[in-house]
Design a protein around this ligand. Structure first.
Ligand SMILES: [Zn+2]
Length: 314
């Protein structure tokens, strides 16, 4: 009996001390989890660097990781369409963060600054709704814009849920998770105060994107891209389409065209040749950032920095 009791105690202590295995679908969610788990554990991520969440095929090792993680966070079926079919293999908690109460959700086409020209560009994009990274997901007006992590307020909602889930599974560290959450929220407020004036100075400076991923960030800071250039992966865009995109750039005058690392669409050079257009990058996924408590802030800061650096040089 005593031996049994000892065994039970040992098992209990071992499981109480084992790190909670957090798995997130994409890097930005991993960075938010890293802030909440700071000093306690390291979250894992499903997608390798450079992979597009819109167009990913799970490997067998991914399926095992999905099954085994204690907590799983993903955006939702509009972003990681590859995930729902393997979620049935899990008997532990999983959270589609798009469903969390308190989330601010946008839909493509949500904007007060839409004008005719932009609609043209938008519609054009949908005949060719894909780029070199395989971004062929649904960006039709009215559909959910699932790039919701680029609003700091949404990151706070996600972090709060992670802190609550972690405290439940790892009660011994509950106070630390709560403190980490509070510190994360406070740092985001400081960051907001820093980049808000920086971005306010960019209003009205025209820029274009290849993938409509930044609307949450833009909406938070009163910015709006002048248009979206979307192109098919394998098929060269038709000459008329290219000519129309070049005409838009020409009429706009000096502008920035942002692509996303790691790949710059081949079209970027063709479009901008001979025009007063600067090519630059914005990374919505924070692909190269180290995974630590301040990684998520760095992601936002890099977006602000990338926008200002290019737009201020026009
Ligand atoms: Zn996208």
């Amino acid at each position: 009996m005593l031996r049994l009791f000892c065994l039970f105690t040992l098992l209990f202590v071992a499981s109480a001390q084992a790190e909670v295995r957090v798995l997130t679908s994409i890097k930005p969610l991993q960075l938010i989890a890293a802030a909440v788990q700071d000093g306690i554990g390291s979250p894992d991520v499903l997608l390798p660097p450079g992979a597009s969440p819109h167009h990913y095929a799970l490997r067998p090792s991914d399926v095992r990781r999905v099954r085994d993680a204690d907590l799983l966070y993903w955006i939702g079926p509009d972003m990681e369409a590859f995930l729902p079919r393997v979620l049935g293999s899990r008997d532990k908690p999983q959270v589609a963060v798009q469903d969390l109460p308190g989330m601010t959700l946008r839909h493509f086409g949500d904007s007060h600054s839409h004008d005719e020209h932009e609609h043209d560009e938008h519609d054009h994009g949908h005949e060719h709704a894909s780029d070199d990274l395989g971004h062929d997901h649904d960006h039709r007006p009215g559909s959910l814009d699932a790039h919701l992590w680029l609003a700091a307020d949404n990151a706070k909602v996600i972090a709060a849920r992670m802190a609550a889930d972690l405290a439940k599974l790892d009660a011994a560290n509950a106070a630390r998770y709560a403190a980490n959450l509070q510190a994360f929220e406070a740092r985001l407020d400081v960051l907001d105060g820093r980049i808000r004036p920086q971005l306010a100075a960019l209003q009205g400076k025209p820029y274009f994107v290849f993938h409509e991923a930044f609307d949450y960030f833009e909406a938070a800071y009163g910015l709006k891209h002048a248009g979206v250039f979307s192109v098919l992966t394998e098929v060269q865009p038709g000459a008329r389409h290219v000519a129309a995109m070049r005409k838009t750039l020409q009429q706009t005058g000096p502008s920035c065209v942002f692509s996303e690392p790691p790949l710059r669409p081949r079209l970027a050079e063709t479009l901008s040749a001979g025009l007063p257009v600067k090519l630059a990058e914005l990374d919505a996924l924070g692909g190269t950032l180290p995974v630590n408590a301040t990684g998520y802030e760095q992601l936002l800061e890099n977006l602000a920095g990338g926008l200002s650096e290019c737009l201020n040089s026009l």
